[in-house]
Design a protein around this ligand. Sequence first.
Ligand code: BEZ
Ligand code: MG
Length: 582
Amino acid sequence: MNDNNLHSNNKRDARVLDLYEKVLEIEQRLIPTGLHIFGLKNTSTEITELLTMVVAFQRPELDLPALTDLIAEGLDLPSYSELLKKSNNSEQHLIGREKVESLARKAVGRIVEGNVHSQVALWINQQAGVSIDLALKIFSFLDKIQQQLKSNEEIDSFLRALRGEYVPPGPGGDVLQNPSILPTGRNTHAINPYAIPSSLAVRNAEPLVSALLDRYHSDLKKIPESIAMVLWGIDNIKQEGQAVAQVLWLLGVKPIRDGLNRVADISVIPLEDLGRPRIDVVMTVSGIFRDLFGSTMDLLDRSVKRVAALDEPHHMNFVCKHVEEKIKKTGCSFEEAATRVFSNAAGNYGTNVNFMVLQSQWEDARELGDLFVRRKSFAYGRDSNGITMEGRQAEDLLDDALSRVEVTYQSIDSTEVGISDVDHYFEYLGGVTKAVEKRAGKQPKIYLSDSLTPNSKIRTLQETLQLESRTKVLNPKWYEGQLRHGFSGVAEIEHQLTNTFGWSATANAVDDWIYDEVVETFVLDGEMLNRLKSLNPSSVHTLVGRLLEASGRGFWSTKPEILNKLKEVFSSLEDALEGVSS
Ligand code: BEZ
Ligand code: MG
């Protein structure tokens, strides 16, 4: 074989491996397969799938290793996280990964089927050299979760609450990351906001920040000077402030705790330990976050100002660089130049960008970014006299901070709600992206992190949308799950498409094939179209109208015959909804 052939064969193999890894990613993604029915227990299949993900996470708080780590170690393979990281470009790693996952899945399946723990422990010991004691410890943890998933007290608890009786409290959150949220049907409480971010969140945030900076570096061969990050309240409750911890890592500071585990202050990580420049972070914060995390808002503001005041070279401290440049240019105060925490005016919530998109009330997409800034340009933190600003209007400061942004970013916090399930992701991340585009003169790189698997991943918005579409709206397992709910199932399908459209409006990030395949699946398939129409004609009307709008606004290019078909379906639905018989 000559060198050329060898080279092209290697290239082909690398592509196949990469493709295979993408298929695995889609296959393994946990997705909601229907709406939750109040009071209904989980099925064994759902439990096995969930527990297989549960055993892939270490739980240091319970002194429990991940089963996948133990199997990889027992088989003398590289660590499971190493296997995950490299499985898209090394066949050896991919084979190792599949072996580990298959053994973990089989062990979990045997526990869910009710096999005796000691027998399953002996089996996994023989197969992969996992210590019997550790396996037993993991299985008893799984068993407890399994029992809790199989019982369901939701209706009883609800009735108790209606009778004014006591309902036991329990934490809220994501079951994968915090199984102690089970059993459901308890009186959900949140967290102690003063303990935010937790030590676990700080530990988990570090690899995400490294992955984000690595990804940007691999895409653009440089390090970003300024990142705009979206912070939400409920996510930070579920993940104990992991997004807050990411901001602190980007700035290069660490929380200091007092004797009651409250975050009392921050300490600066020396540059030699940080090993990279400090990144400037502009925070656009939801109204819910602002209401829940007053002391955290203060901590974030203090952290930026502490970093801005350090005597460090500009190429290693971008906060300092930008603050000094701004003061030099405008003569403003240090506090103004270092304002980075923004939210709505006190008592206000949301960006309204979603409403503008849903109601098609915009002509120039720049209006969406301007609306975002109008709603979110209220500064929080302390002014030069140490007095709290409590939402002082500061549109010029937000405009200026966004004009330097190179990356917009948000973390996804659970498998249950993704970026096309609700309109809030595009109103926030899409809104801030559109605002940066006008103020910085070009679209920033847009990333989302995904810590739903042990291999913290950063994807571009476009990649995330591709994965979401393949696993949800274009996946029969997802849409048939929704359609079991009849009317509201069709509405869910329409919401997926509309929220996807929101990403066209704010970021132009939707590939044509996504719209093409939505049309093929729900409109061109006559049987499916009739099914949808009989269940919920109004949502089908909205869906088809949105597709026509995507084409009309130039977000999707398709063939004239497809457009004619859509117009025909649209007008016949309109007639039917208005009671005009055809
Ligand atoms: C929040 O948790 O902060 C949030 C929830 C829904 C929409 C927007 C923000
Ligand atoms: Mg396009």
